[in-house]
Design a protein around this ligand. Structure first.
Ligand code: C2O
Ligand code: CU
Length: 475
């Protein structure tokens, strides 16, 4: 993975001398570093299989899957000129960053998608430390499935690595799920598969870690390592486990949690977890990262090979990450109450919903590619689902009346989980994407302190495409 130095990003931003909001086909006046989206090739399947034609991000000569790691310190600027070399319009969303609205990349709400051959300048502050990612936000069911996603790491302002009880090293693990044919090509004839969309979504058959099948990583016995785990799959929920490595959770979606043991960890699409592991000291040299593909059989998707000296013990207590100190606490005394009702999908379909301003029955909705709705509206993009005054606390009850889990993502904000049913969330967790099981309800609250128009959608991208999409306005 390449990583752009902070200095070159800052220099680029300074040279531009401001923010350019319009897509600019002429690049004469800018020296922002380029983030190119273009066709590329990647060895996703194990050795012996052909390389896979993908769409990938590149900051250097060659596109990679996952995209190049972007790394900076909280409070710094990120500046890139997106250059679109794809055969389709595209846009980049910086997932989880409490960003300035015009830079959110949420096409078509916050910007027009960038046509092939054109560019767009992204230039924004990343206020909060943590593990984030960037991905295509136009035709994302297809574009993310083809590989347009990469890690965005915002480092803590205060030192943590190397401190007492902390890790001495970190590894970024970008997990992805691919639907490949026998020649390791991406199956291209299923972008509009309504059957998959009305179930769990477009499920792959190959899981990669940092773009490789079954990679092996080196670790020292007893070494304490911070894993930054990112689920960039379009639709796959990933139950994960790290047996023999005493995993302890230290952050969710970039926000610190009080360190807690996490035998298994469930990451919905777009969710992240920072986990501290300790290399095993029992003389065994292997351990694995396991994933449950949905049948309860844990399979190894990456291995940790132990070799070298055993470092001095770091003790068993894990040092918590420094608190953000940047997130306003919700005022729950008199919040604005909102609801998000999720309906649709197979086995419990919707009788009717509104789409494009018209009431439609199930068949007519399906004929329009819609099988899901929020609050009785499929793909409600013509007006906001709610509006909140700047600074107001919004308390939202999210109820999943369908037979499938959903990963609900709010743009531009992080929210606190107040109440939940089911095991996927804990009270007090602060997230930007929350997994809500069938027949579950989750209550969250956040301060609407970021002005603009913000998308709220299911991050199972097949569900988003087939109705689970809306936006709210903060003004
Ligand atoms: Cu990760 Cu609307 O996106
Ligand atoms: Cu969903």
């Amino acid at each position: 993975m390449t990583s752009l130095s902070r200095r070159s990003v800052l220099k680029g931003a300074a040279a531009l001398g401001g923010t350019s909001l319009l897509s600019a086909p002429s690049f004469a006046n800018s020296s922002l570093p380029v983030l190119r989206a273009a066709p590329a090739s990647a060895q996703l399947a194990p050795a012996g299989y052909p390389a896979t034609p993908v769409w990938a991000y590149a900051t250097g000569a060659e596109g990679r899957v996952p995209g190049p790691e972007i790394r900076l310190t909280a409070g710094d600027r990120v500046g890139y000129r997106l250059v679109n070399k794809l055969p389709q319009p595209t846009a980049v969303h910086w997932h989880g960053i409490r960003i300035e609205n015009a830079m959110d990349g949420a096409a078509p709400l916050t910007q027009a998608p960038v046509p092939p051959g054109a560019g767009f300048d992204y230039d924004f502050l990343a206020p909060d430390p943590g593990t984030y990612w960037y991905h295509s936000h136009n035709r994302s069911t297809e574009q993310v499935a083809r590989g347009l996603a990469g890690p965005l790491i915002v480092e803590d302002r205060e030192p943590w690595l190397g401190e007492a009880g902390a890790a001495t090293r970190e590894l970024v693990l970008v997990l992805d799920d691919w639907l490949l044919d026998r020649d390791a090509g991406i199956m291209e004839d299923r972008w509009d598969d309504l059957h998959a969309a009305s179930h769990g979504g477009r499920m792959g058959n190959t899981v990669t870690v940092n773009g490789a099948a079954y990679p092996e990583m080196d670790i020292q016995p007893g070494e304490r390592v911070r894993l930054r785990v990112i689920n960039t799959a379009t639709d796959r929920i990933m139950p994960l486990s790290l047996p023999q490595l005493s995993p302890r959770l230290i952050a969710l979606d970039g926000h610190p949690v009080t360190p807690r043991e996490s035998e298994t960890l469930v990451l919905g699409p777009a969710q992240r977890a920072d986990v501290v592991i300790d290399g095993r000291t029992d003389g065994e040299t292997r351990a694995g990262l396991l994933l449950d593909p949905g049948n309860g059989e844990w399979v190894e998707i990456a291995g940790f090979n132990h070799s070298g000296d055993t470092p001095a013990s770091r003790g068993s207590d894990v040092r918590p990450l420094p608190a953000w100190g940047t997130l306003a606490a919700p005022d729950l005394s008199d919040p604005q109450r909102e609801r998000l009702l999720m309906e649709g999908g197979a086995m419990r379909g919707m009788r009717e919903a509104r789409f494009g301003g018209e009431a439609m029955g199930f068949r007519e909705l399906a004929a329009n590619g819609m099988v899901w709705a929020f609050n009785g509206i499929a793909n409600g993009m013509d007006k906001p689902i709610f509006q909140a005054a700047l600074g107001r606390t919004v308390r939202m009850e999210m109820t999943n009346q369908s037979m499938f889990p959903h990963a609900i993502h709010l743009h531009g904000h992080h929210f606190t989980v107040l109440r939940q049913s089911g095991a996927a969330n804990m009270e007090g967790d602060v997230r930007d994407t929350v997994l809500i099981g069938a027949d579950e309800t989750v209550e969250v609250a956040f301060v609407a302190d970021n002005p603009g128009q913000w998308m709220i959608h299911c991050h199972m991208l097949s569900h988003q495409k087939s109705g689970m999409m809306a936006w709210f306005e903060v003004a």
